[in-house]
Design a protein around this ligand. Structure first.
Ligand code: BGC
Length: 747
């Protein structure tokens, strides 16, 4: 390469500047700042790029493999050759990625390598439980490990960027995308967001087995009105700051490399055009240094939103708001040049966006080796390993939540001679993967029936009947199902939703069991055998009717590749269930949104005065959910006593005794909640502020103690400042948000 002397001089300036910055600021894990030499390389490249090539770097094209929206750009290979693409999505396997990367590296003028993105949401080939299920484990180390395995498998197949974690707080289970997140609680959501970013990105991608994460959907996509996907979000500033923004911020603090804008508007401004959100808050206030990508065609969709007359105007809004990369809309590709000529965008903002994207590529090591993620040997040895399968099976069991267990119906007693496994989900491998299963192959998944056959072998007769389909009106299989139940010593009813009934574009207005499944359950339970329902679903369901008649209910979400084995571990009693739901289960759909951290209102309902009329209540349904946040049973029993709260300096310590008073060893998720009794603005009745997951042996007691600080009690005020207020607080410790013992303290 021969450089102009003026260019070398400017490189020297950059070098010195960088050196000063590097000395001034110590690098943290995932610190995005480049070394001086890398900075020079990036600046050199930018100085040599044509406008077309720059716009190319801001363009993310979807391959034809998989579409999650309107398909465009059939000519993506041609665009790559001409430097008009910076990244490709939905494209993997070593050979294929190598081929396309070669087009970019050898075929285009400057040879800038591509990013390869994919939705690796809960595993790549080894599929883990859906994120809402993983959250129910409350096991941050396990969640981090699952993401690390996902990154290892994805990176072994050419992928170097994933569109995860999804951290949208959601209180409305009609919204199908609750499956992809951690549930309704912001505090827990922050911890899970951090664990997830750590797992995916590792420490600075040094080992080549970690990939860029992308926190999404910024912001407040989970507050879609009425749970209808893509719908508007209308939210108070205090609630936005207090409830919805913190998990994105947690991901940024953990060093997330990229942020995806959300489809929705917030109070009239679509996220993709929101300068306040993408620049003032994200970059200036939070210090985010990575790059911002749109969601699928989000720029183009701003025409339908009604904030831009055409796609060109929308492209200008997006770039000026702070969007660096255009996913699949070609809005930048087709319009940025013209917008620049018309002075509607600046060269500096285009260059800055290019710089951010090139920086991500440098950090991944793509300029040193563009084929870093194209290692045939890794592809053969690091995917679907025995260790990953064993871990996945463990995580399935940890994610299961025992919702009901009258007369200790579960676990299945060891002596049973025959088990009838009945229901439309009993022998489905496909549904076990849920939605967003990346390159997971349903043929490799273990169905519930297979899990039973694997566990019980020949000594127990396993009878299978489908009973009915998932979602139609046929009852023709019910008689055979009842006959099977009568023949068996124990009955399993595998009910719920299909994998496709949650996820994107999968909102439902009635979230009870679909089709004739309740009718099947009623008929089979009447056969009078010990019966346990195994539920599969991507959202909390409204199952009051089923709850009334089913002796036992085990919530298993969509467990992924090892679903059948992990669930059978719990049903057989090999594993004592310990999961707790992170999203409340409503009694019926009309009760939604129902969540635990509610406020009191001026006319609270009191169970002591059940007939009082002019209070905040329904005539036909209690206010409380069917199963509250944090709830989940065990095969043993935990009792709580002796809560104490004390303040010393800045530390507040709350402790209690937890006793395993049942007949088995078991793990308990001990939860701490706080209530600020009187505030300058109204405060929730309870907020999660701590938890510990503990193994307690039968008959043993442990003292559990939590220490929090005054800052942990701070909250957003109408001026959007966050601080705590002195006064009296209630502290609660218990095994669910609704079953606690309490003490108070004063600050
Ligand atoms: C979804 C995103 C996803 C993207 C790419 C969109 O439709 O909203 O969550 O990452 O597609 O597949």
């Amino acid at each position: 390469m021969h450089f102009h002397p003026g260019f070398l001089k400017s490189c020297l300036h950059i070098f010195i500047l960088n050196l000063l910055i590097q000395v001034a600021i110590a690098q943290e894990p995932n610190d995005i700042r480049l070394s001086p030499a890398d900075s020079i390389m990036v600046e050199t490249l930018i100085s040599r790029m044509t406008l077309d090539e720059k716009i190319g770097q801001l363009t993310l094209l979807a391959s034809a493999w998989n579409s999650t929206g309107p398909a465009m750009n059939a000519d993506y290979e041609q665009l790559i050759k001409t430097g008009k693409a910076g990244a490709v999505l939905n494209f993997y396997t070593v050979d294929k990625v190598r081929e396309l990367q070669k087009l970019a590296v050898n075929g285009s003028r400057l040879g800038i390598p591509l990013l390869f993105g994919n939705d690796v949401i809960h595993g790549h080939r080894t599929i883990f439980p859906i994120p809402l299920g993983q959250a129910a484990s409350w096991d941050l180390a396990a969640i981090e490990n699952a993401q690390q395995i996902a990154a290892m498998e994805a990176s072994a197949e050419g992928i170097n960027w994933t569109y995860a974690p999804m951290v949208d707080i959601a209180r409305d289970p009609r919204w199908g995308r609750v499956a992809e997140g951690a549930g309704e609680d912001t505090w827990l959501g922050c911890l899970i967001a951090k664990a997830s970013v750590r797992g995916l990105q590792g420490e600075n991608y040094k080992d080549g087995k970690h990939i860029l994460a992308c926190v999404k959907h910024f912001a407040a996509y989970g507050a879609a009105t009425a749970g209808r996907d893509y719908n508007v979000v209308d939210i108070s500033p205090v609630s936005l700051y207090e409830n919805y923004l913190p998990p994105y911020k947690a991901a940024v603090d953990a060093g997330v490399a990229s942020v995806m804008t959300s489809f929705n508007e917030i109070n009239g401004v679509p996220s993709t055009a929101n300068h306040w959100l993408l620049t003032d808050l994200l970059r200036k206030e939070w210090g985010f240094r990575g790059f911002v990508v749109t969601d699928w065609t989000s720029i183009n969709e701003m025409v339908a939103h009604g904030v831009a007359a055409d796609v060109k105007a929308a492209a200008g809004l997006a770039l000026n708001a702070g969007v660096d990369m255009d996913m699949q809309g070609s809005a930048y590709l087709n319009h940025l040049e013209e917008l620049l000529k018309e002075n509607k965008v600046t060269q500096a903002s285009i260059d800055e966006a290019v710089r951010r994207i090139l920086t991500a590529k440098v950090r991944l090591g793509l300029f040193i080796d563009p084929y870093r993620f194209c290692n045939k040997q890794r592809e053969q040895t690091e995917i679907m390993t025995k260790a990953s399968q064993d871990f996945a099976r463990k995580l399935v069991a940890e994610s299961c939540v025992l919702l009901k267990n009258s007369n200790s119906t579960l676990p299945v007693s060891p002596g049973v001679k025959s088990i009838a496994v009945i229901g439309p989900l009993a022998d489905s491998r496909k549904d076990m993967l849920g939605n967003w299963y990346s390159a997971g192959k349903w043929e490799q998944a273990v169905s519930l029936l297979e899990g039973f056959r694997n566990r019980y072998g020949k000594q127990t007769r396993i009878i299978f009947e489908k009973g009915c389909n998932l979602n139609d009106s046929s009852v023709s299989g019910i008689d055979a199902a009842v006959k099977a139940a009568r023949e068996a010593d124990f009955v399993i009813l595998a009910l719920g939703e299909s994998g496709e009934m949650s996820g994107e574009a999968a909102s439902r207005t009635n979230i009870d069991l679909p089709g004739m499944q309740y009718t099947l359950a009623e008929a089979v339970i009447k056969a009078g055998k010990p019966t346990a329902v195994v539920l599969f679903n991507g959202r909390p369901l409204a199952i009051s009717r089923l709850n009334r008649i089913a002796p036992a209910i085990l919530e298993t979400w969509f467990g992924g590749t090892q679903a059948g084995n992990g669930i059978t571990d719990v049903i057989s009693g090999d594993v004592n269930p310990s999961g707790k739901i992170t999203m409340s289960f409503p009694r019926n759909t009309g009760q939604i949104p129902v969540y635990y951290n509610v406020k009191n209102t001026g006319r609270p309902y009191s169970p002591d005065r059940p007939d009082e009329k002019y209070v905040s209540r329904y005539l036909d349904c209690p206010n409380t959910p069917l199963y509250p946040f944090g709830f989940g049973l065990s095969y043993t029993k935990f009792t709580y006593s002796g809560i104490q709260a004390g303040v010393k300096g800045n530390s507040i310590t709350i402790s209690a005794k937890v006793t395993n008073s049942g007949g088995r060893d078991g793990e308990e998720i001990v939860q701490l909640y706080i209530q600020d009794k009187v505030g300058s603005i109204t405060r929730p009745l309870k907020e999660l502020k701590g938890f510990k997951k503990l193994m307690i042996k039968k008959g043993e007691s442990v003292n559990v103690s939590f220490t929090i600080s005054r800052e942990d009690l701070s909250f957003y005020h109408p001026d959007l400042m966050k601080y705590w207020e002195p006064g009296e607080f209630n502290a609660f410790i218990g095994g669910s948000s609704a079953d606690v013992i309490s003490a108070s303290f004063k600050l």
